[in-house]
Design a protein around this ligand. Sequence first.
Ligand code: SAH
Length: 346
Amino acid sequence: MELENIFGKTLLELTEMVVASGLPKFRGRQIAEWMYKKGVRDFSQMKNLPRELRERLANEWVISRPNKVDELNSADGKTSKFLLEFSDGVGVEAVLMRQPYGNSICISSQAGCNMGCAFCASTLHGMVRNLTAGEMLAQTFYINDRLREIGEKVDTIVIMGSGEPLTNYDNVLKYIRLLHEDYCLGMSYRSITLSTSGIVPNIYRLAAEEIPINLSISLHAPENNLRSMLMPINKKYPMDDVVKAGEDYGNATHRRVTYEYILIDGVNDNIKQAQELVELLKGQLASVNLIPINPVAERGWNRPSSERINAFEGYLSRHHITVTVRREMGKDIQAACGQLRNRHLK
Ligand code: SAH
């Protein structure tokens, strides 16, 4: 009989499970706190449970977390990338970025991706499967445990690794709620950011959840033809609908929506395109994050010169668009989505 993995179960689910096997309710919270607060993976270490119960639980359940199969550290020591493998052999990437404001981690929501974006390495081999809430939480725990060894912790989380989180909606929401729970990591919603390619109906759904996480939307082009070429999902959810949904999200949550705009030399980095971008976003509670493209060997596009990057940025800021240029981190360790995983697939 295969043991049930309980890592990623909510307190409610654990309580229902213990009650169903004839135990008092409070055992649910005890197990949740051992598993999440203390990071215990072995029932035998759950000291406030009777020995007989510990043995019984170990016969039915397991607390399974992924193994690290590879790790890359950038030369400046600021970025670390981990390839983590689940019990079915599926691997995903999680990244730690030591930012001036704290430890930020980037989590994958799917193994691979089927959005088909033309510049992205994650989508090259399609999507293998959705990740469960527990698998996203396990990525978080892996890095948090490493940080704990040096007296630190995860401070902010971006759901910006491989995969489209809003096509794995229920698992991603469960993961975000778990992060916030007092029996788990107790993180504030404001320290969590979700990045989407623009799955319009689920942006509205997210806005209605009343959890004030930050939303980033991958825009990458200021008009439909180019955006459809770069991001095929634009044919299903066109740019204007995406921006309208982003505006609604900002109004509902009072959070400033960030539009991610990768800069690709000669493709989307002309001043005319900066003008169009200003027209699209002016007056909105929004900001633009410019990301010089991480060249992916399979695609053959390059990052613009710093003069062109500065010109694009300058145009936006002179026209009252809040704009930042993403600091390049981990360029030397293939930190762009999916690159480490692809190396292992080859
Ligand atoms: N599917 C979601 C989240 C995963 S991608 C989304 O599309 O937002 C996270 C971010 O990395 C997106 O903005 C994506 O466009 C960007 N990205 C993907 N490949 C990249 C590359 N080669 N260089 C720079 N950014 C890239």
